[in-house]
Design a binder for this molecule. Structure first.
Ligand SMILES: [Mg+2]
Length: 346
């Protein structure tokens, strides 16, 4: 599997999982079955006015990637960088796309925020919105809230593709909006899982690495163990997921995605499993799609989903920018000529 395909697979896979879950985010499995038949939803259905619409999960993942690249640009040129300050400002740019005003004045510069299709409000998470209304929190400061919602974990996959110390970096990235340790650790855990897969591990070994990274967080370890054992049982997928949780909080959102990826053989199977339950379907679908996309590459994504995916070319470009940096970090001349314009290190 080529790295290029894994990077594209991670971001596009997450986006198709998000889009598949978008129309059923707030439905019980019973309601999903009434609308889509006995086996639940298996193809994009209209959400926010069209099939293939992505939600806040994909939008914020793009801004995480932007924050990473801007931090790298800044560090390369200036010789130092506080990546979490850069990331916090990226999330404030996303906040502007939600038709909100950050509490601090700054220039909404760079390429990503010029993408008009991003300016859509798609049921953004309450903790995230409240935290950004206060400007977001720096991970070195005291936590600004006690949230363990899944808004921290659903956006950090790009950290696993590119950054050193993925557990610490992922957890601190989540800490910009989520103050509870269990709102943060699952994000670090997902970054470790994505990193392991990107480096060639299979899903079982990557899950072990993720479990090991979370060993100080017994709640997360227990949920991962539950996901592993349920995946090997003959329990119906939606019932198994119901026993793990709703995915509204970070630890169970991650565990549900892991269950879906261990149970499903293909990306399509895994994201179908990950969205058909009573809980937060788009976030669990998004995380499962990121994991399976990294594992099986962008070729594993059904063509019919790619065709109608909102923001497809923007998502592809961001994935390829992450990949370009991963393959060969640009020189100072290249940064000055191109990268600094699209990803200003400010
Ligand atoms: Mg969402």
């Amino acid at each position: 599997m080529e790295s290029r395909s894994r990077f594209l697979g991670c971001l596009l896979g997450g986006a198709v999982g998000d889009a598949l879950g978008a129309s059923v985010e707030f439905m019980s499995f019973e309601q999903i079955r009434k609308a889509h038949g006995e086996t639940g939803i298996r193809d994009f259905a209209p959400a926010y006015g069209k099939a293939g619409a992505i939600t806040d999960d994909t939008q914020m993942t793009l801004f995480t990637a932007e924050g990473i690249i801007r931090a790298l640009v800044h560090g390369s040129i200036k010789g130092y960088c506080d990546p979490f300050e850069t990331m916090r400002r990226s999330y404030l740019r996303w906040f502007i796309t939600q038709n909100e005003r950050p509490p601090v004045e700054f220039r909404p510069d760079g390429w990503l925020i010029t993408q008009k299709e991003l300016f859509r409000r798609r049921a953004p998470g309450k903790s995230v919105m409240a935290a950004l209304q206060e400007g977001g929190y720096h991970p070195n400061d005291p936590p600004g809230n006690d949230s363990m919602g899944c808004g921290g974990v659903m956006r950090v996959a790009p950290v696993g593709l590119l950054m050193e110390h993925p557990f610490e970096f992922g957890s601190k990235t989540a800490a910009i909006t989520h103050g509870h340790p269990l709102g943060q650790a699952p994000a670090g855990c997902l970054a470790v899982l994505i990193r392991a897969i990107a480096e060639g591990a299979d899903i079982e070994d990557a899950t072990k690495a993720a479990r090991e990274s979370a060993k100080e967080f017994s709640k997360q370890v227990d949920l991962i163990d539950q996901a592993i054992s349920l995946s090997q049982s003959d329990a119906l997928a939606w019932k198994a997921i119901h026993s793990i949780g709703g995915g509204w909080t970070a630890p169970d959102a991650l565990a549900i995605a892991i269950f879906a990826c261990l149970r499903g053989q293909t990306l399509e199977e895994a994201v179908v499993i990950a969205v058909n339950h009573d809980g937060d379907s788009d976030s669990t679908g998004s995380i499962a799609g990121q994991i399976m996309g990294t594992l099986q590459g962008s070729e594993a994504i059904p063509e019919r989903w790619i065709e109608s995916l909102e923001l497809k070319s923007v998502i592809e470009q961001v994935a390829l920018d992450l990949y370009a940096w991963h393959e060969s970090p640009p020189t100072a001349e290249q940064i000055a000529a191109d990268w600094w314009v699209r990803y200003p290190g400010s």
